[in-house]
Each structure stands twice: as C-alpha cells, then as structure tokens.
Design a protein around this ligand. Structure first.
Ligand code: G5P
Ligand code: MG
Length: 335
C-alpha cells in the first residue's frame, strides 16, 4: 500500500511539474518508506498527507491545463478558455501551405508582367499563348475567344462583331477596345498575356494609355503555311480547344478528345473569309509593329513550325520570369 502511495505521489509530482516550477521543491520529498522511517509515522498515516503543493511558477490556470481543476475559480476557468481560444486562432491564421508555383514566382510577380502576342490569323498565337500561360502561370486573354463568347451570349457587342467576323473583317476599333479594356480593368492584379489585341494603331494607343507592356512577341509565318493551317483547323466551341487535322488531330475524327462533343470550323476559317483576313492583317499591323519596335519591347520570331519557334520564345520569357516547370515537379503535358 505504501508503495502504491509512493507511486501515486510520484505520478502527481510529474503531472504538476510545469514549465517554471522548481524540481528542487520535489527533490526534498523522500520516498514513503524513508519518510515513515525518518518521521516514525506508520505508513498508513501517509494516506492523510496533505496534497502535494508545488508553488514555484504554478498558477491555477496552469494546473487546469494539466487537468487539475481543483481550486480553479470561474474567473480563472474563463481566463483558461480565452487562452485556448487564442491558441486555436493562432493555429488557424498560420499561413496555409502555398502553391509552390505562386511561392516561387512571388518576388517577380511583385511587379506584374504584361505581354502581347501579335501574328496573322493562323500563325499560332493561340497555340503559343496556351504554352506560355501554362508554363509561366500567366492569364491568357484572347480577343478572338472573347468576341466569340459575346457572340454566343448574343450581347449587343457580340451581335455587331459577328457581322464583321463572318466577312473576315476586323471588328471596329471602338467596339473591341471598349470590350477589352473593360476586361483588363478586372485584371489589375494579374499578370497576363494578350493574344490578338491590339491589331491597329488606334487599339495600340488605347492599350498604351492603360498599362505599360513588358514584352511584345510578333510571329512571322509565311502566307502559304497560314492558309494550309487554317483550312485544317477545327475547334471545340464550349472549351475553345483547338485541333489541326495535320498538326494535332483529334483522337476521334470530328470529336473533342475530352468531352467527345462535335468539333466545328469557325466561319472565318472557311476559304472565302480566310484570304480576306490574311490580306487585311499585314496593312493594319505595320504601324503597331513600328510602335513597339520604337519602344524596344518587340521580339520577332520567324518560321513555319510552332514547335521550332517555341523553344526560342520559352527561353526569352524565362529570362524575364521563372518557368514554373522548374519548380513544380509534376505538370501536365504542354497544350
Ligand atoms: P482570332 O480568334 O484572334 P486570328 O485571326 O487572330 O483569330 P487565329 O485564327 O485564332 O487568329 P492563331 O491564334 O494565330 O489563329 O493560331 P492558332 O489557333 O494557334 O493556330 C492555327 C491553327 O494552326 C490551329 O489549328 C493550330 O493547331 C495549327 N498550328 C499551330 N501551329 C502549327 C504548326 O506548327 N504546324 C501546323 N501544321 N499547324 C499548326 O480572331 C477572330 C476574329 O475576331 C476579330 C477579327 O474579325 C478576327 O478575324 N478580332 C478582332 N477585330 C478587331 N480587332 C481585334 N483586336 C480583334 N481580335 C479579334
Ligand atoms: Mg487565336
């Protein structure tokens, strides 16, 4: 029984040994058999020993923390609960584990990155923009996709734009500028890549008045190559996924790889609209190219194959922003 009492008092000692309490105050307590030998008290009298008092650094709140609620007043209990609540909040507010892509690009993205990609219809703007957006985590904005969304939604601008697009003509400057600048206002906190805007000097000046561009990529692709590509292009209207019967054909003919839904050919990819688009492009874009050249932000890439041009664009952008593929170990294949 004495041994049992000794055990329980040692357990009690351990439980009450709180940070700040002095272990020396426990060292003076002899084991029960020695206590009984020294004091002459029969071992049975140990049962009525007063509870162990460890005073140094121990408050009722701290005792409560160790499960000992004796002597804790309602005020102290309230204090204890407040303490716990603060602890829990501190844990909740600890920064969440961040996406390594965001973490790694944060020093760069402290300054937002804004780029434009120029090129004739079918030059691969959409394909290359998809790769840049994927690799460098930029938001891809496409004027063509944006117009098509408006056409599908039958907005006023969309209905008007359709009458131009179907004829292979550019949508009037004031319509496209208003649409896109409104969109850009929502993007003030994002880094983005604009595909297909600006196409005229008036559009370039409007863009210039709202933001400073860091980089302009211009694609220079031979006319014959463009004609061949566009007549073979099919798209999945719901997602905007683009296929080319020669370059990246769908797995099942005429069907989207992911949804299995039917693919369509844009009205403006049909031969009659196509030639007009290519003819107009050159005249319209020349002053835009000259403007960006004068600002020393223009980089031109020439070739007949996107896959050959891409490594050059990739290394150019890598010098400006870190590629997320260097930091994320696993990523989906490039589009
Ligand atoms: P869009 O939609 O901006 P466009 O005319 O600028 O249309 P488009 O047709 O979207 O140009 P792209 O984005 O330059 O072409 O090229 P892409 O889609 O990546 O590639 C074309 C095809 O070639 C695809 O099938 C692709 O798979 C394939 N391809 C890519 N690389 C290769 C390769 O190396 N080899 C092969 N074999 N194939 C490849 O604008 C549509 C209309 O909206 C109006 C205009 O009316 C315009 O016509 N619009 C504006 N109007 C006024 N101002 C603006 N800023 C406007 N923006 C749009
Ligand atoms: Mg495009």
């Amino acid at each position: 029984r004495t041994e049992a009492l000794g055990q329980s008092s040692r357990v009690a000692c351990k439980r009450r040994l709180l940070p700040g309490s002095s272990p020396s105050s426990l060292a003076v307590l002899p084991p029960p058999w020695l206590f009984s030998l020294l004091t002459g008290c029969p071992p049975s009298s140990l049962a009525v020993l007063p509870p162990l008092q460890v005073t140094s650094g121990e408050t009722p709140v701290e005792r409560h923390q160790w499960g000992d609620t004796s002597g804790v007043t309602p005020v102290e209990r309230h204090q204890w609960r407040l303490q716990r609540r603060h602890q829990r909040r501190r844990q909740q507010w600890r920064p969440q584990q961040t996406d390594p892509r965001i973490e790694n690009r944060s020093p760069i993205m402290a300054k937002l990155f804004r780029a434009v990609i120029l090129g004739p219809p079918g030059s691969g703007k959409g394909t290359i923009s998809g790769r840049i957006a994927h690799r460098f985590a930029l938001t891809h904005l496409s004027s063509g996709d944006f117009l098509r969304e408006n056409i599908t939604a039958k907005t006023e601008a969309g209905i008007l734009a359709k009458t131009y697009i179907d004829r292979g003509l550019l949508v009037p400057d004031h319509v496209i500028t208003r649409l896109l600048l409104t969109k850009l206002e929502e993007m003030t906190r994002h880094s983005w890549l604009m595909d297909g805007f600006p196409r005229t000097l008036a559009q370039a000046n409007a863009l210039n008045s709202t933001c400073d561009l860091d980089l302009v990529i211009s694609l220079n692709i031979p006319f014959e190559t463009l004609k061949d590509r566009l007549s073979e292009r099919w798209v999945h209207p719901a997602s905007g996924r683009v296929y080319n019967l020669g370059f990246n054909p769908p797995r099942r003919q005429g069907r989207d790889d992911i949804s299995g839904e039917p693919l369509i050919q844009h009205e403006d990819d049909k031969p009659e609209a196509l030639v007009a688009r290519l003819r107009h492009y050159k005249d319209q874009v020349k002053p835009v190219i000259d403007l960006y050249k004068s600002k020393s932000i223009l980089h031109t890439f020439s070739g007949t194959e996107t896959d050959r041009i891409w490594p050059y664009i990739n290394s150019l952008i890598s010098t400006k922003i870190p590629s997320i593929s260097q930091t994320v170990t696993q990523h989906a294949p490039l589009p």
